[in-house]
Design a protein around this ligand. Structure first.
Ligand code: NAP
Length: 525
């Protein structure tokens, strides 16, 4: 199934991949209500899951559902043995599916395991209208390319109109095997990989020419694990604009569900007309990910916990600043030779935000040079963000102190930046002087553990400014207690937005639409 450029509304639609909303309710009225909502939200078709209906009366209910559907209707009557709700006998199921075609369904779905029997049953009875999807669901894993290819051949041999293969992601690289088969399949192909690690398959189905992708009406109310909402598909991921030439970007981390970066970059890409997509990438092994998605269209990544150091090891070239820090926050595939270049732009964002915060403090008014110069700068954390802050502090002439859970890491980093290492326990009574600067560069206090903090409130009175790299939530417990103790605070959002401007420019070559990005961030934190 190829993709084509279609005109949609005011913009160019770059793919012909349909967006299908699964309709799952216990009554016909609720289903009709959901179908209307799907239509309002911009779906192309609905999958009516009649196995969810209580007291299903085939002739009467199918007439109503199919005739009153505001959108083309796909009828699915999924049995329990393929992950559905239907527990009755096969003959009644077949009759209901044939009836759906007679009433005018645009599509029906039949499972590969019983497809031959079904085609025999409908022989000579099938009306002209109505396409038959033959589906196979694997709730365990995603087989090899050869095995998926064999499945496609088996489905084609049934005389299906459309092939559907849904597998389960154990790793983000599993989707690549579905893409590989997808681009070579002669029949229209719905190829999706379930669970969070399979999200990429659902979004990039538009790039690789999938026949359709599913989007749920509500978050969490899904017909298969890992389904995004239709709203996210259309508004967050700009699904209609994705096409064969769309450049793929994303944030590599684990966990990654909390990231606001997709909101920021996708909105910014769209606003400048850049043909790119930015996806949350739940990655276990950076090396496997980069080796698998090595095509020239996979072009740019942000790096977050716990992969900033792993990312550095996978670069072909590393910017000197990132090398000194020992971690990257951004990776770009150079178009001329495909080499992966690593950068650390956290350093710029965080230090600029702290300097701005200090300049606003009375005590630094009128001073030239960096307001961090000469200050005692306590950094909690020695991971990617901790290194960036410690390195940045040193560059600006601060006296750096590192506190970290793993004390050895604190010592190593302190010796690199010519600073001092302390344990987390020492933080409570550490106040060689007043007017110190504190930066939290650990994930302690981040959603959902928002009540956690690594430094007792009473110790905060010795700090004139406290920064927290965490930006979900914006006001962490640490920052709230710092405010209550009279310190100025700098939010992680400042660091986040500053580094996002720099990354955007590296991804696109365009100046960052700064106001738009601030507005998107404000709406999403
Ligand atoms: P990382 O490389 O994985 O480092 C994590 C750090 O947190 C390490 O120092 C680790 O200590 C410490 N840590 C984790 N759990 C802990 C616990 N339960 N108790 C004590 N210490 C703990 O992660 P990262 O990339 O540096 O990110 C750290 C934080 O900064 C995250 O919340 C991230 O979202 C935030 N960040 C924000 C921005 C922004 O733009 N605002 C940018 C980058 C990062 P050990 O060494 O002992 O494991």
């Amino acid at each position: 199934m190829g993709t084509s450029e279609l005109e949609v509304g005011h913009g160019v639609r770059r793919n012909s991949t349909l967006v299908c909303v699964p309709i799952m309710a216990e009554s016909v009225d609720e289903m009709l209500d959901q179908m209307r909502k799907a239509n309002e939200l911009g779906a192309d078709l609905v999958e009516i899951r009649i196995d969810f209906l209580n007291n299903f009366s085939p002739r009467q209910d199918l007439e109503i559902l199919i005739k009153q559907s505001p959108l083309p209707a796909l009828i699915t009557y999924r049995p329990v043995w393929e992950g559905g709700q239907y527990k009755g006998d096969e003959i009644k199921r077949r009759e209901a599916l044939l009836m759906a075609l007679e009433v005018g369904a645009d599509y029906i779905d039949i499972e590969l395991k019983v497809a031959h029997e079904f085609f025999n049953f409908i022989q000579g009875k099938k009306p002209e209208k109505g396409l038959i999807i033959v589906s196979s669901h694997n709730y365990e894993n995603t087989p090899s390319v050869e095995e998926i290819g064999d499945l496609v051949a088996k489905i084609q041999a049934t005389t299906a109109d459309i092939v559907k293969i849904a597998t389960t992601a154990q790793d983000i690289t599993d989707s690549a095997r579905i893409f590989q088969v997808l681009v070579h399949c002669e029949l229209p192909f719905i190829g999706l990989v379930m669970k969070e690690k399979g999200l990429i398959s659902r979004i990039l189905s538009a790039k690789f020419g999938g026949y359709l992708t599913f989007g749920s009406l509500e978050a969490g109310v899904v017909s298969a694990p890992g389904q995004p909402t239709i709203k996210d598909l259309l508004d967050l991921y700009n699904f209609r604009q994705i096409g064969p030439d769309t450049k793929v970007h994303g944030v590599i981390g684990n966990p990654i569900g909390h990231s606001k970066s997709p909101h920021l970059y996708n909105a910014a890409f769209k606003s400048v007309g850049f043909n790119g997509i930015y996806i949350p990438l739940l990655v276990d092994s950076v090396e496997n990910f980069l080796n698998t998605y090595s095509s020239p269209d996979f072009v740019g990544y942000s790096y977050t916990i716990p992969h900033k150091e792993n990312g550095l090891k996978c670069c072909d070239e590393v910017d000197p600043v990132a090398k000194a820090i020992g971690a990257i926050s951004c990776m770009i595939r150079r178009p001329t030779d495909g080499n992966l270049i690593g950068y650390n732009v956290d350093y710029l964002g965080a230090i600029a935000a702290i300097e701005d915060g200090l300049r606003e403090l009375k005590s630094t008014n009128g001073l030239s040079g960096s307001p961090l110069a000469g200050k005692l700068f306590v950094v909690i954390g020695a991971g990617g963000a901790g290194k960036a802050l410690a390195y940045g502090g040193k560059e600006k002439g601060a006296r750096v102190v590192i506190a970290n859970r793993t004390y050895d890491k604190a010592k190593k980093l302190a010796s690199k930046v010519g600073g001092e290492a302390i344990t987390l326990a020492e933080l409570e009574n550490f106040h060689p002087e007043d007017d110190m600067i504190l930066a939290n560069a650990t994930s302690v206090g981040m959603k959902p553990m928002i009540d956690d903090t690594l430094i007792p409130k009473k110790a905060l009175k010795h700090y004139s400014l406290v920064f927290d790299a965490i930006y979900t939530p914006k006001l962490t417990r640490l920052l709230r207690e710092a405010q209550e103790s009279g310190a100025a605070v700098v939010y992680g959002t400042e660091m986040f937005i500053n580094q996002a401007f720099v990354q955007f420019e590296k991804f696109t070559g365009f100046p960052a639409p700064k106001q738009l990005m601030w507005d998107v961030l404000a709406r999403n934190t």
